[in-house]
Design a protein around this ligand. Structure first.
Ligand code: UDP
Length: 252
């Protein structure tokens, strides 16, 4: 059984379902899914992906059929508020990953890390194992594989029998990958977690806490990764779409 929309406390933002769950509630649901041996797809959604899902209907379907969709970026929280939905907090991929690693040893969860440049996933695994004693990272694999490598990769992941698979290929590549391959995996909770492994391995820095608190993490990334300028150009377009949707809702 999937979580009901009521349990997910979900709302719709520009046609995309977003769950109003706190990080603690997500963790509880993930625990339930694991104890019931259910495969699941968890998406941490940002405004860029909602914008892409306006024209990419396949992506929109993937989002709307996922088991849990968390509000990852401040754009999603803002968009929700504009449309009249209170969204308490952001739940980002890296926050979920660290929360899971914190509770995993006591619950005997095995974790697999997939993605990022060669060497990064194993570096991240070492760092996590040092930070969370008893943590069982059952496998790692970099994210630059070819289509023909897929059968071997799926077999390798299945051999490790992870309870949770973090897929860190960037959005929406990771969401499309999970959707395509989840059915070939043994039941596992698949979570798209973007650039988390780079941050954990120490390759990239996350914004300082005060910037995160002021909801300026996007600005930090814009400054430190100028190549993201192009990507973030969709943000004003997302804002315009939300405001239009709000105006239309008022007319109804
Ligand atoms: N990546 C990967 N395989 C690919 C493309 C990207 O493993 O084919 C990795 C990349 O090395 C980086 C992550 O995916 O670690 C993308 O990080 P980003 O911060 O851009 O994630 P997003 O903000 O898109 O979620």
């Amino acid at each position: 059984k999937r979580l009901s929309m009521q349990e997910r406390n979900s709302v719709t933002i520009l046609g995309c379902q977003v769950d109003r769950l706190t990080a603690a509630e997500c963790l509880n649901h993930i625990g339930d899914l694991i104890s019931r041996g259910k495969p699941a797809h968890i998406i941490t959604l940002n405004a860029e992906i909602i914008y892409q899902a306006q024209t990419n209907l396949e992506l929109r379907k993937i989002i709307n059929e996922a088991d849990i969709v968390t509000p990852d970026g401040i754009g999603v929280v803002w968009g929700g508020r504009q449309l009249g939905y209170e969204i308490k907090e952001r739940v980002t991929g890296i926050d979920l990953l660290l929360d899971i690693c914190r509770v995993a040893p006591a619950r005997d969860w095995r974790i697999y890390l997939l993605g990022a440049a060669p060497g990064i996933a194993s570096q991240a695994a070492q760092k996590l194992a040092a930070d969370y004693p008893g943590l069982h990272i059952c496998g790692t694999q970099h994210g630059y594989f070819k289509d023909e490598d897929m059968p071997a990769l799926i077999a390798q992941i299945n051999e490790c029998r992870p309870h949770i698979l973090f897929v860190c290929l960037g959005a929406p590549k990771q969401e499309i990958w999970i959707r395509q391959y989840m059915q070939h995996l043994m039941p596992t909770v698949c979570i798209g977690a973007g650039g988390s492994l780079d941050v954990i391995a120490g390759e990239k820095k996350r914004a300082p806490a005060w910037m995160i608190k002021l909801n300026l993490e996007w600005l930090y990334r814009l400054i430190t990764e100028p190549s993201r300028w192009q990507r973030q150009l969709v943000l004003p377009k997302f804002v315009a779409l939300v405001l239009k949707s709000k105006a239309l809702a008022k007319l109804k």
